[in-house]
Design a binder for this molecule. Structure first.
Ligand SMILES: [Zn+2]
Length: 252
């Protein structure tokens, strides 16, 4: 039995028995982990009331070899982000970022994804501008961190930039836009039409030089659909994310 101490973000919690909680953690050193916090639901628990989703801290747990559930011995609070609970759209966005980690993160350490999750959650707490833009940008960053980045500046078939004033199609299978010249070569029923301004907006959302304070997302419905279908196709094996449905309900 090894004692592990690592930075961790709480993704989800479940009540367990009368007195305990199970936490799903994303840790810097050990990737996704499940731990049981014994006695965490007692009024005078040594964990206090800190063990809530979106909370960062340093977790210490006993890792039993071959076991999926480890025993939490301490959780030193870093950043709690409890204000998210009072604002439904921000909360829904935070739920989306954490569900992506829960569903798709590797079980081994992933420094890039770990840093991106914290950055995304911080932005959802702090965002002064359009919260929907923040959610879309940070969700695309998570997907990029998992190794899936769509190509929108150039056609994914011929590698040429499509004329700026021309509608294109987004090809889910190729993971990028297809210009009108190449479109007849693509045999795939899953093409989404993108008007020029929709493609420009998608490029903006994907741009690393992300741009806080760029104003409201214009084509929210289209951008959400693209993101949802991209995740479904490339990551979720068509099993939709519950948090995405919740988010769309809040933004509709
Ligand atoms: Zn092309």
């Amino acid at each position: 039995m090894a004692l592990v101490t690592t930075e961790a973000t709480i993704l989800k919690t479940y009540e367990y028995s009368e007195t305990s909680k199970i936490l799903r953690l994303f840790t810097r050193d050990a990737g996704l982990c499940s731990v049981i916090a014994k006695g965490a639901r007692r009024p005078k628990s040594r964990f206090g009331g800190l063990l809530e989703p979106f909370t960062d801290g340093v977790a210490t747990f006993y890792a039993k070899e071959g076991r999926e559930l480890h025993t939490l011995s301490a959780f030193e609070l870093g950043c709690e982000r409890q204000t998210l609970g009072g604002q439904l759209v921000r909360y829904a966005g935070a739920g989306l970022l954490t569900e992506i980690v829960l569903r798709f993160a590797p079980s081994t350490a992933d420094e890039r994804l770990f840093a991106q999750l914290r950055r995304g959650l911080d932005r959802l707490v702090e965002e002064q501008g359009d919260v929907e833009r923040a959610i879309l940008e940070e969700t695309w960053r998570m997907i990029e961190s998992l190794g899936f980045a769509p190509s929108v500046e150039v056609c994914s078939v011929c590698n040429e930039p499509p004329p700026a004033d021309q509608a294109t199609h987004f090809d889910l299978a190729n993971g990028g836009v297809v210009c009108n010249r190449c479109r007849p070569q693509v045999k795939h029923p899953n093409l989404l039409r993108l008007a020029p301004d929709e493609r420009a907006e998608l490029a903006e959302l994907l741009s690393e030089a992300a741009a806080r304070g760029r104003g409201q997302v214009e084509g929210g419905r289209t951008q959400r659909r693209l993101l949802r279908e991209f995740i479904a196709y490339h990551l979720a094996e068509q099993r939709p994310l519950n948090s995405f449905r919740f988010l769309e309900g809040r933004l509709a």
